[in-house]
Design a binder for this molecule. Structure first.
Ligand SMILES: Nc1ncnc2c1ncn2[C@@H]1O[C@H](COP(=O)(O)OP(=O)(O)OP(=O)(O)O)[C@@H](O)[C@H]1O
Length: 322
């Protein structure tokens, strides 16, 4: 009963998956490569080895281990804006929820370490993440999105005094956490296009980026800067989102455009970048966000706006995977 003759008993397709086969006192230990196989095919493979090797003369026991696939690292998508207050965190939270509703396994890192707002937006304020080994275990929101934020680790306002290296070390911990099983990790970047952002992009290498802007000219100039920042990464831009467009008066129903309208779509066209959608300025969106009820989790008009944006991001993910 030599090792080669035992392998020869196996069909070629099974033998090709044998990574190691050892015999000792009638006990045969086989390690198989199960990568790319679903659970039932793995079980069939294991059964076949057990039977065919077990039938050989002199074999008293067959021990089979099938190596699992190395878990794939999540695809990181950064959400950025050239300037603060344009709704980057609101978009990130709702995009995450909308992608989760589509069946994606979504994680979210609040990289806005100086002003973390994701615990409020996704209703996980006060939750403390546990650590397993050296790494943090993400917090589960009730919207199907796993998340980590500096807001989960320090008292509000405490991180404000941190300087560059400390801040980037803290962010590294949030990204290098137990994101097992997560397929797409949204990164809510801090506002701006300075060194902090550049270092983040170069260190964590997002696969793509979404830029959010309000439609007025000044914000658009900043959005252009964000596009330049991603180009430096280099991080491909998935597309631009226009936020705070078209305010519908809750009293008279008249639609006005406090920040203008359509500016982001034309800026996207001019830059040859996809336009992903337009989020209206609504009081209910702000109130729901402050109350930890992301509108994307509901079934109103705004939910369908976020669902449509998520659909485009999801198409991008599919194309990338193909
Ligand atoms: N479409 C909208 N309609 C109404 N309010 C909105 C809309 N988008 C965002 N807001 C509100 O504007 C404020 C700023 O939004 P948000 O925190 O998402 O912006 P940000 O770009 O992430 O800001 P920061 O620079 O602080 O990170 C929040 O109070 C939010 O609820």
């Amino acid at each position: 009963m030599d090792e080669k003759s035992l392998i020869d008993r196996l069909p070629d397709s099974v033998a090709a998956r044998v990574r190691s086969l050892k015999t000792r006192d009638g006990v045969v230990t086989v390690i198989l490569d199960g990568s790319g196989l679903d659970a039932s095919t793995r079980a069939d493979l294991e059964g076949a080895v057990r039977d065919l090797v077990g039938q050989a003369e002199g074999v008293s026991e067959v021990r089979v281990a099938v190596m699992a696939d190395k878990p794939a690292a999540p695809v990181i998508i950064a959400v950025g804006s050239g300037k603060g207050g344009v709704g980057k965190s609101t978009l990130t939270a709702n995009l995450a929820v909308a992608l989760a509703r589509m069946g994606r396994k979504v994680g979210l890192v609040d990289a806005d370490i100086y002003g973390p707002s994701q615990p409020t937006l996704l209703d996980t304020e006060g939750v403390r993440p546990e650590a397993r080994g050296e790494k943090l275990v993400p917090v589960q929101s009730r919207f199907g999105v796993s998340m980590l934020s500096m807001g989960h680790l320090v008292e509000p306002g405490k991180a404000l005094a941190w300087r560059g290296p400390m801040a980037s070390g803290a962010l590294g911990q949030l990204i290098d956490a137990h994101w097992d099983g997560i397929e797409v990790l949204l990164l809510d970047l801090p506002p701006g296009t300075g060194d902090v952002q550049i270092t983040m992009l170069q260190k964590h290498r997002p696969a793509g980026a979404v830029i959010v802007s309000t439609p007025q000219d000044l914000a658009l100039i900043d959005a252009q800067r964000a596009a330049e920042l991603f180009a430096k990464g280099p991080v491909p831009v998935i597309g631009l989102v226009e936020n705070m467009a078209g305010y519908t008066c809750p009293h008279c129903g008249e639609v006005s455009d406090p920040f203008g309208r359509g500016g982001v779509e034309s800026a996207a066209q001019a830059a040859g970048l996809p336009f992903l959608g337009r989020i209206p300025l609504t009081l209910s969106l702000r109130e729901a966000s402050d109350a930890g009820k992301p509108p994307a989790a509901g079934d109103g008009e705004v939910a369908s706006v976020f669902a449509a944006i998520a659909g485009k991001v999801s198409d991008w993910l599919d194309k990338r995977a193909a």
